[in-house]
Write a protein that binds this ligand. Structure first.
Ligand code: PLP
Length: 478
């Protein structure tokens, strides 16, 4: 493929994607294919001869598109949002076009420096305390990880390293490895699966402590668990607090968990993967009260900001902790010798290689502006409240718990079975996509405003489909 063909192919693809977005409402949100459908459509062997790009576009439309779940359909209300915007796609194209690998400053100075700048911008936009920012006088700073899962695992590995060093200092005659099996991590039973997985991957026992009836991990529960473990000779090491749980968007009280961690000298990581973006709006910042206690924080720009996957923003209060844990030297990897202001990001993450991800964060923040980003959050929250109002007006339904951010959990008052039937039937019809959750042991349906394209009319449409299905179920019962 030469430059001329690249221009033609690229322009055709931009048109294709713009048409896709503009006409997305014409499609069912869920695909109508069976498992293995694509294997039947595509050849078993790669092509021997070069093919023309037009053939690829044709196969994309004929074979790939039918197997797509349309995450940006206004009727996609499942999981949590994944970011998408034209500004971000263009940022990604620029990054792919340059195709640099920015593991050190030297490997591409702009790649490192734009990440430092955009992470400072974003940190300020979210109202994070200055100590987490690279532009403060301290050793804090931000880094873009591929996912919140990675950020949580990075936090765990750094906490492990730090705790072992601490214990070795107190016991210089002992081998640091003997402390490893004694380390314990804590989070709530409402945590995202990725938090539990971090324990598995990092070989650390992860205790899922019982949250209160509102889904919040309380300080006394954490303190008691640590006390029990210490009594058995174990060593509390890492705590993951959740600001916006995946199930019901509950917020753990940092003003309770923070002092417990601080007193025990335990690393506190804050998982605000979804809801953290709301801190751009000052009216939601009370939900991160006492964030100063945290050692690390993750907010997925690729969730509730219009930034395409992957762009997981992580800040640490002390970059030296992370560099000490992950610093492996080689003669061919010349670096900045622990210069905190211009970090060599390979010491801040698990892989060596890294993409120029800050470009899309930069294009998004500039094209939207802070006001545009805040408007995105506020619009989505007001659409969720609109949906809750529609549900509450129908006395067969119950909204529970109180809607939070862009999430509304609801159920039929007649019980779990019928609520599940409603969700199953809706999923089969493919017009509206939601997934289940649970609240106080009851089965609930989670309705999340996900697509940036969703309007009040779209929410009304989704609700009309839900109501229609409930009518059918109740009609069949009589
Ligand atoms: N934490 C929370 C609260 C989430 O809701 C999710 C995903 O929905 C994650 C972590 C995992 O995010 P990622 O896919 O970036 O690892």
């Amino acid at each position: 493929m030469d430059a001329q063909e690249f221009r033609e192919f690229g322009k055709e693809v931009i048109d294709l994607l713009a048409d896709y977005v503009e006409n997305i409402r014409d499609r069912d949100v869920l695909p109508s294919v069976d498992p293995g459908y694509l294997q039947k459509m595509l050849p078993e062997e790669p092509p021997e001869e070069p093919e023309h790009w037009k053939e690829i576009i044709k196969d994309f439309n004929d074979a790939i598109m039918p197997g797509i779940t349309h995450w940006h359909s206004p009727q996609f209300h499942a999981f949590y949002p994944t970011g998408n915007s034209y500004a971000s796609i263009v940022g990604n194209i620029l990054s792919d076009g340059l195709a640099v690998v920015g593991f050190s400053w030297m490997a591409s100075p702009a790649c490192t420096e734009l990440e430092v700048i955009t992470m400072n911008w974003l940190g300020k936009l979210l109202g994070l305390p200055e100590e987490f920012l690279n532009c403060s006088s301290g050793p804090g700073g931000g880094v873009i990880q591929g996912s919140a899962s990675e950020a949580t695992l990075v936090g765990l590995l750094v906490a492990k390293d730090k705790t072992i060093r601490m214990h070795q200092k107190d016991n210089p005659d002992l081998d640091g490895d003997m402390f490893k099996p004694k380390l314990v991590a804590y989070t709530s039973d409402q945590c995202n699966s990725s938090v539990e997985k971090a324990g598995l991957l990092g070989s650390m026992k992860m205790r899922l402590l019982k949250a209160d009836s509102d889904g919040r991990l309380r300080g006394d529960t954490l303190a008691k668990a640590m006390e029990e473990d210490r009594a058995q000779g174990l060593i509390p090491c890492y705590v993951v607090a959740n600001l916006g749980t995946t199930g019901t968007c509950a917020f753990d009280p940092l003003d309770e968990l923070g002092p417990v961690c601080s007193e025990a000298n335990v690393w506190l990581h804050v998982d605000a993967a979804y809801a953290g973006a709301a801190f751009m709006c000052p009216e939601y910042r009370h939900l991160m009260k006492d964030i100063e206690y945290a050692d690390s924080i993750v907010v997925n720009a690729h969730k509730w900001m219009p930034v395409n996957f992957d762009c997981s923003a992580m800040w640490v209060k002390n970059g030296y902790d992370i560099m000490r844990a992950f610093d492996v030297q080689r003669i061919y990897l010349d670096d900045m010798k622990n210069n905190m202001k211009i970090p060599d990001y390979r010491h801040w993450q698990m892989p060596l290689g890294r993409r120029f991800r800050s470009l899309k964060l930069w294009t998004v923040m500039r094209i939207y502006g802070a006001e545009g980003l805040r408007k995105h959050i506020r619009t989505q929250i007001s659409l969720a409240l609109h949906f809750a109002k529609l549900v509450r007006a129908d006395d067969r339904f119950l909204v529970e718990p109180e809607p939070c951010m862009g999430l509304v959990c609801f159920r039929l008052k007649d019980g779990d079975m019928i609520t599940k039937q409603l969700l199953d039937n809706l999923t089969k019809k493919k017009k509206v996509f939601m997934v289940a959750g649970s609240f106080r042991t009851r089965y609930v349906i989670r309705f999340v405003i996900c697509s940036r394209l969703t309007t009040e009319n779209d929410v009304n449409y989704s609700w009309s489909k839900i109501k229609e299905e409930a009518d059918i179920i109740y009609a069949d019962k009589v």
